[in-house]
Design a protein around this ligand. Structure first.
Ligand code: MN
Length: 512
């Protein structure tokens, strides 16, 4: 299935009947041509559907209510061809519960200098109508993205494309069920939070799923399907057998495959598109129990492979990052370089190339791998299973990327986004785990300080393709705080921004 095939954006053109029926016919024809042109550009990944002109308060209200009720509609694009008195948008904007993009553009690129007359000016007055529409949105505190520019220009279309991907992720988020196999790790603050508020703001529904029930799925996995999955592993990955020897290697790989099949089946049965695991909660506590029923190792290989298919994942019960990774993957469909759950592990101080090694015990997504991943089995001494454990090993691509996280500040969620530069690590022959090495922007000293001041997590959802502008649109659609750390960040300004946001969100809550 093609990405974004089942969703659409609605285009509504604002007009009025003051200039007569002929004018509306022309407005309608121009709008159709523009929507067709945008769809044919190949730049905007979600199909735009032209929904006609709205010429009165009733017509606006009707189309906005329809958009709000339509499951496939990810957002609404408005454009005022003629003057569209904005009081006629009040009821419609009150009824709209979908992301809004206000496109300030015009059918013709240039003024027809020799021929322009009053009729032309009255018909083509988005310069005027869009300002009036913008005013009512601001007055009503309607959250929207404003894109200004000529509709045929690729750089302008790119801005709509960014918003379209964020809107698609926001629509998907409303249907996300995240299953927690075990709770979030005891005593950890940053992975905890208000799941009720998370659903209210972002749509994600987070439930626990009994590990004991997951184990009943594991018990039913057959040898045949396990064999088939192991064959798939052989095709996709380089088989690398090290210190454990062949017998232990294949036993552990087979058990990892069984875990993957069991987790997949639960996710499918529940309709879940995100999950978390906890390395202390893996079924029977003691592996020497007669008729042992449990994962014999952390199901890291399953997490790695499911992430690559777009299933949200957070380790140690990190449901916030699991859901965010799902949205990140939705936004980045069709883009080339990949995304992953990652964790800040170890620092490398080296002057202006000071960096942070990103990894996890196991769970790094192979979409970011620079080469074909190696399937390896090594001893892992963390959690209740101190066992040889299967995992995919690789290093990441190099280049610019962006990491994102959501933290719960008690009175609101803050989306923190940071630009990073992935660089080549030195060989790490004794660290058989997937990793990335990055320099936080604008430098380790400023970037890491800002992340800490913002209350950022050690886990993040990382992508090469989805940069800060996507996250800004995503945060604004959800109405949550957005804090970006990039090349221009300075610590005094960033601290002031966080202080300002504290007040803004307190007042904003009171306004609603
Ligand atoms: Mn972790």
């Amino acid at each position: 299935m093609k990405a974004f095939e089942n969703i659409e954006l609605w285009w509504v053109t604002g007009a009025q009947l003051l200039y007569g029926g002929d004018a509306v016919v022309k407005v309608d024809a121009h709008s159709k041509e523009m929507v067709e042109g945008l769809n044919a550009s190949g730049i905007i990944p979600v199909k735009i559907i032209y929904k006609g002109t709205a010429n009165s308060s009733n017509e606006v209200e009707e189309v906005m209510k329809a958009a709000s009720n339509d499951k496939k509609c990810a957002g609404v694009i408005t454009w005022m061809h003629t003057f569209s008195p904005a009081k006629m948008w009040i009821k419609g904007l009150q009824a709209l519960h979908k992301p809004l993009l206000h496109f300030h553009t015009q059918y013709n690129a240039e003024i027809p200098w020799a021929d322009i007359d009053m009729d032309f000016m009255n018909l083509n007055q988005s310069a005027h109508g869009d300002i009036e529409f913008g005013h009512i949105c601001t007055r009503m505190r309607v959250q929207r993205k404003v894109v200004a520019g000529y509709w045929k220009v690729p750089a302008v279309q790119e801005k709509i494309a960014v918003w379209a991907r964020a809107a698609a992720a926001a629509l998907d988020a409303h249907d996300v069920l995240c299953l927690m196999f075990g709770m979030n790790m005891n005593n950890v603050a940053v992975t905890d939070g208000d799941r009720v508020e998370y659903e209210q703001r972002l749509g994600y529904h987070v439930d626990y799923y009994p590990v004991s029930k997951l184990m009943t799925y594991l018990a039913k996995v057959t040898d045949e399907e396990t064999d088939a999955l192991v064959e798939e592993y052989k095709k996709l990955y380089t088989i690398k057998i090290d210190e454990t020897g062949e017998t232990v290697y294949w036993k552990k790989v087979r058990n990892a495959a069984k875990a993957e099949i069991a987790i997949r089946r639960v996710l499918k049965d529940k309709g879940a598109t995100a999950f978390t695991t906890n390395f202390d909660d893996l079924g029977d506590v003691d592996i020497n129990t007669p008729d042992f029923l449990g994962f014999d190792q952390i199901p890291g290989l399953a997490s790695q492979r499911l992430m690559a298919e777009g299933i949200g994942f957070g380790a140690e019960g990190d449901w916030k990052t699991a859901c965010l990774y799902r949205s990140l993957w939705v936004m980045s469909q069709g883009l080339p370089k990949g995304s992953s759950f990652l964790e800040d592990y170890t620092l490398n101080f080296a002057g202006d190339r000071s960096s942070c090694l990103q990894s996890h015990m196991l769970e790094v997504c192979p979409l970011i791998a620079s080469d074909k991943p190696k399937l390896e089995v090594h001893f892992l001494g963390i959690g209740i299973r101190k066992q040889p454990t299967a995992r995919l090993v690789f290093t990441s691509k190099t280049g610019a990327g962006t990491k994102a996280t959501v933290v719960d500040l008690g009175n609101r969620f803050r989306l923190i986004v940071q630009d990073v530069e992935c660089i080549e690590p030195k060989p790490m022959p004794k660290l058989p785990v997937a990793s990335a090495l990055w320099v936080p922007q604008p430098s380790f000293e400023i970037g890491a300080s800002a992340w800490i001041l913002a209350g950022g997590t050690h886990h993040s959802a990382f992508s090469y393709d989805i940069d800060a502008q996507y996250w800004e649109d995503f945060a604004e659609i959800a109405g949550i705080e957005y804090a970006h750390i990039g090349k221009e960040t300075t610590i005094p300004e960033f601290k002031q921004q966080l202080r300002n946001n504290e007040v803004y969100f307190m007042l904003n809550k009171a306004l609603k």
